[in-house]
Design a protein. Structure first.
Lengths: 321, 346, 203
């Protein structure tokens, strides 16, 4: 009973919004309405690449109240393990795909008297759905959208037109414009919630500055799009089932387990949600934690491991699976 | 499907009773001869035809009388239905879930037609018809959760999920086993469960909370909870305790069969789509001990469970004052034969 | 000290400095002022900390007002003295209307006072967890009668007679942050008239 249910969809349309950003529109192959969702939710798309099945999470950018189709925006990743490359080069209208039901690990706090969105590049995607939801249901929000060049912002014109200059500010770093974070953080009414999504550097910077501007942690939310990093291959022994699996250089432990036809608990596949936490039986080297879930103490204890994203500096890892 | 609805009362003259088929489908909660807390969650999937699990939301012969009793409770105490303002999206999610479920499961009783956000609802048993715009509160006679839960058996709580925790921020609670929505609304998961003895030390709530936080759309779950009541009274809230509390002292050896009731809650939980909230439905079923006695296995088992129940649990469930009298009555008819495993009658 | 009994019963960890806060709202009721003085002895409670603090002191009598010079000596941005909890909260409400993120609330005093500060701040979107609290002084409680919904102030005994409807209530440890009160439930519903003698449990 792990993870979300899945459904079968067909690619209805692909649109290149920017040189490296492609929007995909998905409809149900059975013709049924798709499950509605909450802004910030993502789906996990199973991509049948030449290197094998790759499952990547993508934020839904379509309106949460619209069950006729889903939209996602995929940026071609320079260090792609094949997923985003497949979306850009291999996917076309008419293709069928398996996707998960929507899962939300980046939900809005609906008590907020104001929602402050900070987006960097492709990090705009979860906010596209959130803003549509707030516009429909009522809610005060403000978007600050940073991008490298004027045409790299996938949704820039769209959001400016829809929501107006009083709610949307864009910052093109090629033109030397950056978000004046300190000023932004100091002028918000009590009860504002801040949400940031984008490159790790942006997120780390915003979280740090928010803390140093006196924002309590419970008012600051982020979503990191972390893909499993590559590394040295290693052996994975599953203590309970007795399986021995080779984890490849460009494959996470979870992906290796799945490639071997087995299942393991997981949800976000990006090291954030904690669902894949597994007990370590032994490791002949150091654990390399790449997640954002375990506490520093838990990492040091060497007893916990997030199979969707972490690796080891060693030859062999034995997990309680 | 045709249901014949009872004309009965859950207060005053207490004319409530179960038909033989209602007794047969009763969700008896004990699958062995002793009871201890457990997380006991299972997928809420379609169960056997005619059972309380056949449909996601169960309507039975008590429906009309139940809703009438709810309306009385709400008239006397409107605070039994409250919703913090940020829960409005979850309220619409709940209305969607319940209307669609009822119309699909009981097409003879309920009809829902939808044209975009123009919805049209017909409730034949209660004689209601409503055209409204989904999402527009002004087009309903009262807020969405109140509107639909006045037409659905069971209590409903909407849990907001945020900061890795769950908060009971909204609810229609008129048939509760002795807890106050007005007092508990806004509390976190551990806070509102604080008064329950033992379960915290056993880690029950920690496991349950972790499970609920990871619930996904399309994968509802359910579990059973139980207590006992004197008289088939739905409104056993702390607010009205001075009204029903004294009944606990009116149980005599002669009236146990008629007065003492087993009260089972079928609790089901769904993840809601637009709000990401969780709905916790608490569907109560009442059965007199006399009616339980018509099923020998249940009779024996109830006796043995109550006999071995830890006193703290008995006290928390409010049984203390009439437990011994009830045990004596049950003992007479417990022939000591073994009971078969599982919940159902033999 | 207030000891945790059940999980809904709040725990007050003690005042501390959030050195990143841009503005501190320090609310001290009665003996709570001593918690503020104790805080001022800690290394992070610098002059700069108090220079960006507004101190709201609730002092109901001359004895409680005697501490004012010591609070003045901390050189806060502002120091206001109020004759009652109610008037203190009126001022708090006014300040919160225009407060910005980066404002930190600290509250020290009796549990009912802290509870009212928490409830007031919640209206402005401040999560209860964001508020730094310390219990000082009387352990008296605020109790909501679950039957008539009336609030009973200054409860030091258990059971207590509801000052609104007259029922005798058992004071439970079950606490609501939203209401800032403990729950009182009729103690003799099942055996009318059988009311145990009141014990002074929350002096």
């Amino acid at each position: 009973m792990t993870g979300a249910l899945s459904l079968s969809v067909r690619v209805a349309e692909t649109v290149d919004l920017a040189p490296d950003i492609r929007r995909i529109r998905l409809v149900s192959t059975a013709g049924d309405p798709l499950p509605l969702f909450s802004g910030g939710a993502h789906i996990v798309v199973s991509l049948p690449t030449a290197q094998g099945l790759i499952r990547n999470p993508y934020s839904l950018t379509s309106c949460p109240h619209d069950g006729t189709a889903y939209e996602i925006c995929v940026q071609r990743s320079p260090s792609s393990r094949g997923g985003s490359a497949f979306v850009h080069d291999g996917l076309k209208a008419g293709d069928e795909l398996d996707i998960s039901y929507p899962v939300n690990l980046f939900a809005m706090d609906r008590r907020a008297r104001k929602h402050l969105f900070i987006a960097g590049g492709i990090g705009i995607t979860p906010f596209l759905a959130m803003m549509q939801q707030l516009a429909l249901e009522g809610g005060t929000f403000e978007l600050h959208y940073a991008m490298r060049s004027p045409d790299s912002g996938a949704a820039r014109q769209d959001v400016e037109a829809r929501y107006g200059a009083h709610r949307v500010r864009t910052y093109v770093s090629a033109h030397g414009r950056r978000i004046a974070l300190a000023d932004l953080l100091d002028g918000q009414p009590l009860g504002t919630h801040l949400y940031v999504c984008g490159p790790a550097r942006l997120i780390d910077d915003v979280l740090l500055q928010a803390r140093e501007a006196g924002w309590p942690d419970e008012n600051v939310h982020c979503e990191r799009f972390a893909a499993p990093p590559s590394g040295k291959p290693f052996l994975l022994d599953l203590a309970r089932s007795g399986h021995r699996i080779e984890v490849g250089a460009h494959q996470s432990a979870l992906e290796a387990i799945e490639a071997a036809g087995l299942e393991a608990p997981h949800l976000c596949r990006g090291g954030a949600c904690g669902q894949c936490e597994t007990a370590v039986v032994s490791c002949d080297g150091a654990l390399e934690h790449h997640d954002h879930f375990l506490s520093p103490d838990e990492r040091e204890s060497g007893r916990k491991f997030m199979i969707c994203i972490s690796r080891i500096a060693g030859e062999r890892l034995v997990l309680d699976l | 499907m045709t249901i014949v609805f009872n004309d009965e009362t859950f207060r005053g003259d207490y004319t409530f009773a179960n038909s033989p088929s209602a007794v047969r489908r009763f969700p008896f909660p004990f699958n062995e001869d002793t009871y201890m807390y457990s997380v006991n969650i299972e997928p809420h999937t379609a169960g056997p035809k005619g059972s309380v699990y056949e449909f996601p939301i169960d309507i039975d012969e008590h429906y009309v009388a139940d809703m009438r009793d709810r309306a009385i409770t709400l008239r006397e105490d409107p605070l039994r239905c409250q919703s913090l303002p940020h829960m409005i999206t979850a309220e619409w999610d709940l209305l969607d879930l319940l209307m669609v479920s009822l119309a699909q499961s009981y097409p003879d009783l309920f009809t829902l037609t939808r044209d975009g956000d123009r919805w049209h609802w017909i409730n034949r048993p209660l004689g209601l018809e409503q055209a409204f715009i989904f999402g527009d509160v002004a087009t309903l006679p009262c807020p969405p959760m109140e509107y639909i839960t006045r037409q659905c058996q069971g209590d409903f709580c909407l849990l907001d999920q945020r900061n890795g925790d769950l908060f009971v921020d909204s609810g229609m609670v008129t048939a509760q086993a002795d807890w106050s929505l007005d007092f508990d609304i806004g509390m976190s998961f551990k806070e509102w469960h604080a008064p329950v003895p033992f379960a915290h030390e056993m880690g029950i709530f920690e496991r349950a909370q972790k499970f609920l936080l990871n619930m996904q759309i399309g994968r509802p779950v359910r579990r059973l909870n139980w207590t006992m009541t004197v008289n088939p009274r739905l409104d056993t809230a702390p607010e009205t305790y001075p009204l029903w509390g004294p009944d606990r002292g009116t149980v005599t050896p002669d009236n146990v069969g008629d007065k003492v009731h087993l009260r089972v809650e079928l609790q089901a939980l769904w993840r809601l789509p637009r709000s990401n909230a969780i709905v916790f439905s608490i569907r109560g079923y009442l059965i007199k001990v006399d009616e339980i006695a018509t099923v020998p296995k249940w009779h024996r088992r109830l006796h043995r469970v109550l006999k071995t129940l830890p006193p703290e649990i008995a006290a928390y469930k409010g049984l203390t004052r009439y437990l011994d009298t009830t045990l004596d009555w049950l003992a007479v008819r417990d022939d000591g034969q073994p009971t078969s495993p599982g919940f159902g009658p033999d | 000290m207030l000891s945790p009994s059940i999980l809904s019963r709040p725990v007050y960890p003690g005042l501390r400095v959030d050195k990143f806060a841009r503005l501190n709202l320090i609310l001290a009721e009665g003996d709570g002022a001593e918690a503020v003085l104790a805080l001022s002895q800690t290394p992070d409670a610098t002059c700069a900390f108090f220079a960006r603090s507004l101190i709201f002191h609730c002092a109901v009598n001359a004895a409680e007002r005697a501490i004012l010079p010591a609070l003045e000596a901390l050189a806060p941005q502002a120091l206001w003295s109020f004759p009652s909890a109610e008037t203190t909260l009126v001022r708090l409400r006014g300040v919160l209307q225009t407060a910005t993120m980066g404002t930190r609330i600290l509250a020290a005093g009796t549990e009912p006072f802290i509870g009212q500060v928490v409830a007031e701040a919640a209206v402005f979107g401040v999560d209860p967890r964001s508020i730094i609290t310390e219990h000082r002084g009387s352990t008296r409680r605020r109790v909501q009668c679950v039957h008539c919904k009336g609030m009973i102030e200054n409860v030091t005994q258990n059971p207590v007679v509801c000052s609104h409807c007259g029922l005798s209530l058992f004071v439970r440890d079950h606490y609501s942050k939203r209401l800032g009160a403990f729950q009182g439930v009729c103690i003799d519903a099942e055996a009318p008239g059988h009311i145990p003698a009141a014990e002074e449990l929350y002096p």
